[in-house]
Ligand binder design. Sequence first.
Ligand code: ZN
Length: 69
Amino acid sequence: MMQCAVCGQTGPTVESPKRESAEAQGRAILRSAEGAASWVESHRRREREHFTFRLLVGIPYRLIPGEWQ
Ligand SMILES: [Zn+2]
């Protein structure tokens, strides 16, 4: 999702489809980032002085039960 660095508002979360290869996954993530960035245009129509944004990315992290527990 995209976040306005001025007011903290965020756009909708855009999920990346899971792909088989790392290369295809990278392309899917870039397309998702472009989808998330489309929210900036509508936010800028309401807030004409907000120019700074950040792309918030979540990386799935799964724990595997084992001896470490
Ligand atoms: Zn804003």
